[in-house]
Design a protein around this ligand. Sequence first.
Ligand SMILES: Nc1nc2c(ncn2[C@@H]2O[C@H](COP(=O)(O)OP(=O)(O)OP(=O)(O)O)[C@@H](O)[C@H]2O)c(=O)[nH]1
Ligand SMILES: [Mg+2]
Length: 181
Amino acid sequence: MDDLEDKIPVLCVGPKGSGKTTLLKKLQDAEGIDYTYSPVPTIGTNIYDLHYFNRHGKKQVVTIREVGGEMSQLWSNYLEGIVKVIFVVDTSNLCQISAAAVMLYTLLAEPKLQRAKFILVLSKMDAAYRQMRNEALLMLQFTRLSKELRNAPILLEASPLTGIGLDDLRYQLTDTKTISK
Ligand SMILES: Nc1nc2c(ncn2[C@@H]2O[C@H](COP(=O)(O)OP(=O)(O)OP(=O)(O)O)[C@@H](O)[C@H]2O)c(=O)[nH]1
Ligand SMILES: [Mg+2]
């Protein structure tokens, strides 16, 4: 059947409160995601499907599983078949970033994710937190990662509340050229 959808399985992780749910809901064009939106922390995991047509007009779906930051020990249960990983870091919370870096390095070293494409999202990059960007990258040792790793993460800056970075993220998720067979 040619209307069967191709699925791109994606994992979305990062420390609690880093903005994963807000980002993924906004990516789905959900209504009411603005400064009045107050998401509840994700208990366990959530699935977000992004439906779209690829450039050959074929229906595709990016299936993104968010693992709540509180449940970080569950990550290893959801690695099978993952082709892309969105790792969300809260730019406004520098205190959390060293811990985030350890989580990121653990995932990058995970044997089951060696072929996965990593997308590192600096979230909450609205005007108030923009000046913390460089410190955040320094604490993540992003330059070193980019030089040393074959599967170095793609860096994106996003603020779901203002819409910054959403198109770039959508592009990275739907781009099948970055998927290793
Ligand atoms: N200023 C600002 N706040 C944001 C932005 N994105 C998310 N937030 C806020 O950050 C808080 C946490 O957002 P969530 O989306 O629940 O974070 P999460 O990563 O899903 O958290 P867990 O599910 O607990 O791991 C909420 O109060 C959001 O309103 C943003 O772009 N800018
Ligand atoms: Mg969440």
